[in-house]
Write a protein that binds this ligand. Structure first.
Ligand SMILES: [Zn+2]
Length: 216
């Protein structure tokens, strides 16, 4: 079963997906992480991705489509796919290759994201993401997983966020609209408040979808 997690940049998609994956005992696939891992590996593809990310662009579709499909093929059980599809053509690609079970959509205002983004910290070693208010590290400035020093992403600035919101509405919204035309089950979550408050509701909803799918 594949659930897609949609939301503007900085809406908490990663945090929500990782919480849900623990509660539902399923696999969280962050396409951002897949791409970053490729960069860390230093492969030819990774170097291309690095160049595109540094320029604030979306990564070449052929690259992300193949990475996502390969990863989905290797993964069994329920999957939460976060950060993909980002464009309508990716949505068409995904929809033609796999069966999508449902959509979880986070809705949030741009200014809320900008106010929050300054509190995000990442671990450059393993890609763990923290939030000083919602998901603080156990020890200040240090990664819980590996003890590495946490950093602020250089692109976590208001200018970059505004640019990404424009991209989200121009490119990702049509992907969502395309998928919604198939009348997939969908949950809309408000990202304006603490996403943790919604986890129980979403978990219940997904379990009920799973029961429907399993009974078919
Ligand atoms: Zn770490």
């Amino acid at each position: 079963m594949i659930y897609l997690v949609f939301g503007p940049p900085g809406s908490g998609k990663g945090t929500l997906s990782s919480l849900l994956s623990k509660r539902l005992d399923c696999t969280h696939i962050s396409v951002g992480d897949l791409l970053r891992n490729e960069v860390l590996k230093g492969s030819q593809v990774g170097k291309e991705i690095d160049k595109q990310l540094a320029a604030g662009q979306l990564v070449d579709e052929r690259i992300s489509n193949q990475l996502v499909l390969d990863t989905l093929k290797k993964t069994s059980g329920t999957v939460l796919l976060d950060g993909y599809p980002r464009t309508q053509s990716q949505a068409v690609f995904l929809q033609s290759h796999v069966s999508i079970t449902g959509i979880i959509k986070i809705s949030i205002a741009e200014e809320t994201v900008i106010r929050r983004i300054t509190q995000r910290r990442i671990c450059p070693k393993d890609g763990s993401i923290y939030h000083l208010s919602f998901k603080p590290p156990k020890k200040e400035g240090m990664c819980d997983r590996c003890g590495g020093k946490l950093l602020q992403r250089p692109d976590d600035t208001p200018e970059t966020i505004r640019k990404r919101f424009v991209t989200y509405y121009q490119e990702t919204k049509p992907a969502l609209t395309f998928l919604q035309s198939f009348s997939l089950p969908e949950i809309v979550v408000s990202g304006d408040y603490d996403l943790l408050e919604h986890v129980d509701v979403i978990v219940d909803q997904i379990r009920s979808w799973q029961r429907v799918v399993e009974s078919q």
